[in-house]
Design a protein around this ligand. Structure first.
Ligand SMILES: C[S@@+](CC[C@H](N)C(=O)[O-])C[C@H]1O[C@@H](n2cnc3c(N)ncnc32)[C@H](O)[C@@H]1O
Length: 545
């Protein structure tokens, strides 16, 4: 029997993975992102940006895979390595000119250097991204294939060294203004001299600390920020002491449980001897220090480039336009909203809407009170304990918002979370997900963004058997969540991604079946195509908490 597909009704997206828009009103930001990367990639190599020259880079196998083609800036004889080196010079000069013009210090290893770049205008930010990508590629080429694989695989040892340094608080023990001898440093720690020295010296190869004279350790900019930023310390701790052991056990987990959907059979459980006992969040719930570390690590992540809340809040930057809902004083429910920082930011921007922040009892209890010092903001935000694995308690809201929630769950759990909304949904209710949205294939993203997002996807596997999703996976998730419901269905509206942001805004609307678009607008899908994969339902005892 033929299946009906509701794609392409609200979305301009198609199987070529072009980005879609929300109700056709918003800019095709993913596409423009891809175009800017295409342009960047082309300019990196001194070639033309085919997409902006009439030939769609999206349909070209060369759309994002840098390869040297002769062009005005790169004659046919110019090797890929020289083309990359020239581009690095050009883009670095552009960056430097901007910094000088605005009296800003250039990036430096010096301990007194700034820990972050300031917010750069788009063109200069693109130069910076080009430098990051091109230097990586040039380095790989300079190593050659065999050597780059042979030694690239050892990056986990750099993580180990950093994790140990962080665990023993070494960065805080090094004075900010003068070197310290290894002997004096050792006297301040329980780490023995040999291990202290070798771990620091491995970190030094990544410009974390330096050794001005043999046996003396001093700060670089990176070690100084590690000494001063407690959220970054938590991020390093969470990665080094939770994610690293979990990832080291993923192969074991996959070999034992190849379906890889259960929350209690991940690399994390194999690493910490909790297989079939409890999900990671439950383990953390029993250990306040570890839970606190993860919470602070998330603060570090969400404050990081490309993840800041303003990308969702600021309409001018491509954020979500709640104008119509705000005008009628509608309600947004932030499901798994932690301490409500997103709702605070939204309430500061949208002055009439009401907000409900739902999270587990413990999280709600530990939220700051009042939630905002601005009474006009605080009075419109309610914090409510709610487990999203149970039926939604806030009925008939206009928006159910999930930020960094669904990527924590494999499909069976994600379906359950969405289905738990259904009894509360009124026709037209919007489900908005703020998560990464991966391209179907590789090489269409800026290379550094792609690295971060693909790594995050594997972190999700390691800790939770969860995943980042592509647009078609989100579409299928919504289709499956509404399947079998006689009254209504989730109609997928599309994906929008603010340029410069790594997270996407994925939207569906709950519609009564009789209100669904007419058959004329519905695309026929041949039998056997896009059949959602069979998924097991999560067992109750496996739920997060
Ligand atoms: C990765 S954090 C995301 C927090 C927030 N949405 C953000 O954007 O930073 C996941 C959140 O889900 C909450 N959570 C986990 N399991 C939950 C459940 N079963 N019901 C409700 N909230 C839950 C956690 O307490 C945490 O605040």
């Amino acid at each position: 029997m033929a299946k009906l597909k509701l794609s392409s009704i609200f979305s301009t997206s198609s199987s070529n993975n072009a980005a879609s828009t929300t109700e056709g009103e918003t800019k095709d930001l993913k596409k423009s992102n891809r175009r800017s990367f295409s342009a960047l990639s082309a300019s990196l190599l001194g070639t033309k940006d085919t997409e902006t020259n009439g030939t769609s880079a999206a349909t070209s196998s060369k759309s994002a895979t840098p390869s040297v083609a002769p062009g005005p800036a790169a004659p046919a004889t110019t090797s890929e390595m020289v083309a990359l080196a020239q581009k690095i010079t050009r883009e670095t000069e552009k960056l430097e000119a901007y910094m000088k013009e605005h009296d800003l210090p250039m990036s430096s290893f010096d301990a007194s250097a700034p820990a972050d770049f300031p917010k750069l205008p788009d063109e200069i930010a693109q130069s910076r991204k080009a430098i990051i990508s091109a230097t990586k590629e040039l380095g790989l080429l300079a190593h050659g294939p065999r050597e780059s694989v042979r030694w690239g695989i050892w990056e986990f040892l750099d993580t180990l060294a950093l994790a140990a340094i962080n665990h023993y608080g070494i960065a805080k023990l090094v004075p900010l203004d003068a070197p310290i001898s290894l002997a004096d440093l050792q006297a301040k720690t329980t780490l023995d001299p040999t291990n202290l020295a070798r771990l620091i010296r491995l970190a030094i190869t990544n410009k974390i600390f330096y050794e001005p004279t043999p046996g003396f350790i001093a700060h670089t900019a990176a070690s100084r920020v590690l000494a001063e930023d407690s959220d970054l310390q938590a991020w390093v701790g969470f990665n080094g002491e939770d994610i690293l052991p979990a990832s080291a056990h993923v192969l074991q987990a996959l070999q034992t449980h190849p379906e890889a959907t259960s929350l209690t059979r991940t690399g994390f459980q194999f690493a910490f001897n909790t297989v079939d006992k409890e999900p990671m969040f439950v383990t953390f719930g029993k250990d306040p220090d570890r839970a606190k570390r993860m919470g602070k690590a998330m603060v570090s992540l969400t404050g990081g480039e490309g993840y800041e809340p303003f990308w969702f809040v600021d309409v001018e930057k491509g954020g979500y336009d709640f104008g119509e809902i705000d005008a009628r004083g509608g309600t947004l429910v932030d499901v798994g909203g932690s301490h409500g920082f997103m709702c605070v930011a939204l309430a500061e921007r949208w002055k009439n809407m009401k907000f409900v922040v739902q999270d587990l009892q413990k999280t709600v209890d530990s939220a700051p009170k009042p939630i905002s010092s601005d009474a006009q903001v605080a009075e419109r935000i309610t914090l409510l304990p709610h487990d999203f694995f149970t039926e939604q308690v806030t009925k008939e809201a206009d928006v159910y918002f999930f930020r960094w929630i669904l990527h924590n769950y494999s499909t069976p759990y994600a379906l359950q979370i969405l289905r738990n909304l259904v009894p509360a949904l009124k026709p037209g209710a919007r489900i908005i997900i703020n998560d990464h949205c991966l391209f179907e294939g590789s090489g269409q993203e800026d290379p550094w963004d792609e690295k971060v997002m693909r790594r995050m996807d594997v972190v999700m596997l390691s800790l939770l058997n969860a995943q980042e999703r592509t647009e078609s996976e989100f579409r299928e998730l919504f289709a499956k969540a509404g399947e079998g419901n006689q009254k209504g269905e989730f109609v997928f509206k599309g994906v929008k991604r603010p340029e410069g942001c790594r997270m996407s805004i994925i939207e569906a609307v709950w519609q009564l079946r009789e209100e669904a678009p007419t058959v004329a607008a519905v695309e026929e899908v041949k039998e056997g195509e896009e059949t959602p994969a069979a998924v097991e339902e999560p067992k109750t005892e496996e739920k997060a908490e």
